[in-house]
Design a protein around this ligand. Sequence first.
Ligand code: B16
Ligand code: MG
Length: 221
Amino acid sequence: MSEIKACLFDLDGVIVDTAKYHYKAWKRLANEKLGFDLTEEQNEQLKGISRMKSLDIMLEMGGLTLSDEKKKEYAAIKNEWYKELIKDMSPDEIFPGVTGFLDELKEKGIRIGLGSASKNAMTIIKALKIEEYFETIIDGHKVTQPKPHPEIFLNGAKELGVSPENCAVFEDAVSGVQSAINGNMYSIGVGSPDVLGEADMVIAGLHEMSFEKLKSLEREM
Ligand code: B16
Ligand code: MG
């Protein structure tokens, strides 16, 4: 199968656990403004999904309908609570194995990009001091189609000048793994095989990853 020339990384849930802060902020919104609770299981459906789409899903869960104006207001409130939670993030929150694997990829000449649905991605990358690893950063400001649409990763591949079939995507969200598949890219699920079974390979975290393991995908597929 195709040679892997570039790796595209999701941010939340792959490089850092901002997913827990998103969950806290959405749960608070559900409790304080929407009158229901958001379970961890329900939260799985929000991972990798844009802010407005996440709110729509939550409203569906609670059987609620809101005006567009109210939705904008609630999405902004959630984002303020989220920003409050991420404001003190530091490099020690980077998941184990991330910088080691990125260093190895760099050394082997594999191109590196970031594809996050988050409009706060740049703030987080800067706080974690890992900006210099990424040759391109596609964030929520640069896409019009939410995951599972492949736009985010296709844009990343284009900016790196690498064909989609030569890219491998690391994703913790079901919708993100689907975007990689829809984009005709290798998909590596980061999390549980029960949730991410559709991916070409599932790992618990980047500490389990190496250049050698990445290249094994080329032989397997
Ligand atoms: P924001 P990722 C996604 O980031 C999150 O997984 C998802 O939970 C969040 O709603 C989305 O970003 C939008 O984030 O509200 O900060 O713009 O996983 O694609 O890195
Ligand atoms: Mg994610």
